[in-house]
Design a protein around this ligand. Sequence first.
Ligand code: SF4
Length: 320
Amino acid sequence: MTDDQSPQDQSAQDHSTTDLRGDCANCFGLCCVALPFARSADFPVTKAAGTPCANLQDDFRCGIHARLRPQGWSGCTVYDCFGAGQKVSQITFGGRDWRTAPETAREMFDVFPVVRHLQELLRYLTEALALEAARPVHAELRAALEETRRLTLLPAAELPGVDVGAQRQLVGGLLSRASELARAGVPQPKKGRPSHRGADLMGARLRGAALRGADLRGAYLIAADLTGADLRDADLLGADLRDADLSGADLTGSLFLTQPQVNAARGDSATRLPASLTRPAHWTGTAAAPATARAGAARPARNAAGRSRRGGGRRPGRGC
Ligand code: SF4
């Protein structure tokens, strides 16, 4: 804990390191069953929600983990449940799995996406609480975090009734304020910083662009050329980075960037990432590193409906 951190802030950070990453060893393969995907550039087959993937083994591990990308399952490498899998498996359902207790299956699969949304919010809130510049809103962030955490712990029968949209809206507003406070101290060009929030930048040529401290929240950066771009301290919450080229880009200090977003992009050994994120194994010229939570038991990603802007499928995350 740093000198100016409150015990509550430290508690939030501890939470991030223990509960907000997928722990496949303690999950019943929920994302490989509960979620649908469609045949596309990301998946070689179509699978309905609630149907186990053919590659899911009896021990809930993926049978082709080491070969996902070569075999056309790249969508499986850009997904993270943010800890929802183990929470639903071990807490909500107390360790009863859908194979040996099939009466739990439907409810478990219904609950999983709800908890996943909430866990994603917890991940953002935890990051915001680590921003010293956001101290003016820390109390509200803490309250939102505790409420969101409480919702994740509701009984299975109550979870489908959670108004996830309302919670997203509440948290999204707080994160915007935290982001503005954090980026206020970032040097900006004389003519000011234009907002790219939600902008359509698909395929945009942004090579070497000066985007330090930019608001790129929810921007569509699919296949954008961001090679060598300065993205330090940029707010990338929910930005769609699928196939964006981040080679040589500097994302140090970027806000609300998640591992699934990074995994969905391209990059190289010169790309600079926030310390909390791992360089994906598929980035050329880099040492191998796990794309998802744990080697040997990868969980699926779901860019289900291909790469269209409004595909309707699951992307690495669209934030708040
Ligand atoms: S990680 Fe992907 S391929 Fe493997 S079992 Fe899960 S959904 Fe199937």
